[in-house]
Design a protein around this ligand. Sequence first.
Ligand code: UD1
Length: 311
Amino acid sequence: MSHILVTGAAGFIGSHTVEQLLAAGHRVTGIDSFRTGHRANLANALREPAFALHETDVAAAGTVDALVAAARPDAVIHLAALVSVQESMLHPDLNYTLNVHAVQLVAEAARRHGVPRLVFASSAAIYGDSPVLPLHEGVPAQPISPYGAAKAASEVLLLGYARSFGLTVRCQRYFNVFGPRQDPASPYSGVISIFNRRYREGRGVTIYGDGGQTRDFVSVHDVARANVLAATRAGIPSGVANICTGRATSLREVVAEFARHFPAVPKAEFAAARPGDIVHSRGTAILAERELGFQAQVPVADGLAELIRLP
Ligand code: UD1
């Protein structure tokens, strides 16, 4: 059993990660500011005696340091972040504070208090609009948003810490994550969360472009498992790895799956492609398999069926 400190514990990916850590018998200290996370996401976890939750902002001076000093965890999984690409365009300063400055505070707390391992929520956004298919970790970072730039900068910062101070750092480049608890609030939220809400409400969806665009949709359950492996598996090296399925799914296929479950909902409408939209994005999952022993297990159709079944 290990003791793991999870920042962003009440978020979409955070809450699933906390639940899987607890299910595996680990002790978990969670931190969340509830800026975008929700206490309700932790309803199950809060019933477990092995879970403690602290409401605080990781970007505030001294907070992470004090919590790490008190908890002395075996690993930190740092998921607290500004999570919207769109918001990073509107508020680049806040993006810097939450996605770069806070990472430095976490890294420094880990160094000062001898935390042996740090897992970081990176993103396929660091690849920008690279046309390489499938995207592999050797493709240079060429972000096209403040969000992607911050994730790329933080990866470099953390890997520098790993080389300098001997802790193990894992940067997890999540692709298009979907699943329960993803927030559909904004038009720029993940497409599956938006489609799920609209089909449930009996409204049709809008497909931007011809629907032939493809993404590497990875279930949040797989992503949480990748986090657990990165934090707890013995003998893994520092490095970056795509967290993806290695498979492409088109938007038309996603819509067809929803339409099968909701036959009464009006047909999808088509609108002009969004400016800056990339057509195809898919990662190779080879490195995560080799270094973490991680393989995605949830087929997109199963993940969609799970979402649709939820009350
Ligand atoms: C992701 C980011 C986006 C960013 C882009 C940069 C998320 C949720 N989105 O977009 O903010 O600009 O990387 O590469 O992290 N779509 C529809 N109908 C809708 C909503 C979306 O057709 O109602 C389409 C989009 O135009 C896109 C596809 O669905 O072609 C997937 O969209 P999204 O879930 O936003 O993911 P990314 O395009 O990868």
